[in-house]
Design a binder for this molecule. Sequence first.
Ligand SMILES: [Zn+2]
Length: 334
Amino acid sequence: MIIRRILLHILLVILISSCKKKEPVLVTVTGKIPASTAGITLAHEHILVDFIGADSIWPGRYNADTVFHHVLPYLLELKPLGVQTFIEFTPNYLGRDVMLLKRLAEASGLNIITNTGYYGAVDEKYLPSHAHTETAEQLAQRWVEEFNNGIDDTGIRPGFIKLSADQAPLTEAQKKIMKAGAITHLNTGLTIAVHSGDGNAAKEELAIFMANGVAPDAFIWVHAQNEKNFEVFKEMASQGVWVEFDYVHPETIEQYVSFLKFMKANNLLHRTLLSHDAGWYDVVDPQSITFRGYTAISTLLIPRLKEEGFTENEIDLLIRKNPAKAFSVQVKKK
Ligand SMILES: [Zn+2]
């Protein structure tokens, strides 16, 4: 009798836990958060970038305290604008510094998300030498390891995969990192964001992901603004790909209004992401660059969208709901 009651109880617990729908999460540098709490999100920004190249980069090339004090004021500007989440797109071998990101997250109160993966664009200058000798499976193993056990010894986990390729056709190494991205996605649920030279490169990337069993909505086409033919936005978004228009800047507002009007006219706003692709502390030449802040979407683009008849719901989709959905950690199989 007692055994029967215990068995029934166990069965009930199993049933309840399997019925409870798992809430989607984002993985930030300070831990997991429910995606529904992400709030207004900047979908692609940078804190620090070092363009020296994979063969010469090392953390001692800058003083992390200097960068911290330089960047923090720009992050503190975001709280009054309602921004809560900041997705940092600097990959490994280009200055990804997750301890710095964690310090800035704690000091600013923002959720900051970092990435795993490699940057194959710019003639593969930012690929470490092992990216040429290892297989896609071996590269994926390194990235899955970062997701499971943290980056280096920090315990900080990546919240998405960042890859890149130049204009089509992709090189062999670029194709290999796409395949490694697909394998990593299937083992972790991390979304794959790819800096793409043009629409043809994005199409080639999508074909590789799908051939490896990954669904289109696990893929963010980064720098869609490089593509001149708007029909390609429609072709990709209608298949489920996230189309990301980066580089919203005071001088580019009208261009972005036209992208968004096109997406709205084609009922594709639910597949659209926006960012400034701004920042950043430039390690190679810290004095020469004017730091671009992260406020143009809130202060310039959104008011223009309202003038163009975009509703509160449509704007909410662009700046809050879409990024939360796009960066939710979930395996999406084709
Ligand atoms: Zn970027």
